[in-house]
Design a protein around this ligand. Structure first.
Ligand code: ATP
Length: 244
């Protein structure tokens, strides 16, 4: 276990058993959620979704994985990684099932999810069940991601509904861009890749919250209270983030 998995501002020593210990203790595949994003800043749309997905799928842990250099949002405007990481850690606190990984900050260059997935696959072994969590807006753009077809061979996907994005287009995108052999699940709640991995729709509490809107509100001098954890709101005000 590398020391890249740190949660709740605990430093390098994780307060829970290592993945391999846990695996041998329970002797059954671990189900783990991986929630990547820019988290600029993290907000209740992210946090509540992680909470609900982890319960619905009985995930042992969900890692928030802030991108150090988001490939599609790169530019002068992105708040430094360490600052976004700090806010994410503050938001997660000492939650038993949520944690924060700084793995993308340990790699130089753009933060590609394929490299992160390979990393987690290596850490947790072939038996682990990985669930990559992302919003419908991000999922529909998956053909823009590096080695995106391979992503579906390394992990399941959990797709969160977002206001303004319906589910209807996803099947066409998956079949046309990823693999023509994707088949609908009998439950109607997703699709299966011919290699076995699932793309699951997950209904969570719909929250029309975005980091863009939060940044805009701060810039305008308007309130962001109740859109994100109070500890993150205070951090933003204290360090005068998003003012320009
Ligand atoms: P921005 O407005 O800066 O683009 P964002 O609010 O979309 O940011 P990201 O950090 O880019 O946040 O999102 C990380 C992941 O969380 C993405 O897969 C995104 O689709 C998802 N997500 C973001 N906000 C929500 C929300 N309110 N409900 C469900 N999923 C969300």
């Amino acid at each position: 276990m590398s020391e890249c998995f740190v949660g709740g501002g605990q430093g390098a020593t994780a307060p829970w058993p290592s993945p391999r210990q846990t695996h041998s203790m329970k002797n059954k595949p671990q189900r783990l959620g991986l929630f990547g994003g820019t988290f600029n800043p993290i907000h209740y749309g992210h946090l509540r979704s992680a909470e609900e997905v982890s319960e619905a799928l009985s995930l042992r842990r969900v890692w928030f994985i802030p991108a150090a250099f988001p490939p599609h949002k790169a530019g002068a405007g992105v708040t430094p990684f360490e600052v976004r990481l700090a806010m994410t850690r503050l938001a997660v606190g000492r939650h038993a099932r949520l944690a924060v990984s700084d793995v993308e900050g340990q790699r130089p260059g753009k933060s590609y999810s394929i490299e992160t997935l390979r990393h987690f696959r290596e850490e947790f072994g072939p038996q682990a069940e990985l669930y990559f969590i992302l919003g419908m807006d991000a999922m529909l753009e998956i053909p823009l991601w590096k080695d995106y077809r391979e992503l579906f061979t390394l992990s399941h996907f959990v797709v969160l509904d977002r206001p303004g994005y319906d589910r209807d287009h996803l099947e066409a995108v998956l079949r046309r861009e990823v693999h023509p052999g994707f088949s609908p699940l009998s439950s109607g709640e997703g699709f299966q890749h011919p290699r076995g991995n699932l793309v699951l729709f997950q209904a969570t509490t719909l929250m029309d919250i975005s980091a863009t809107r939060i940044r805009d509100l701060v810039r305008q001098g308007s309130s962001i209270r109740y859109l994100l954890p109070e500890v993150v709101r205070r951090f933003i005000l204290k360090y005068m983030l998003y003012k320009v």
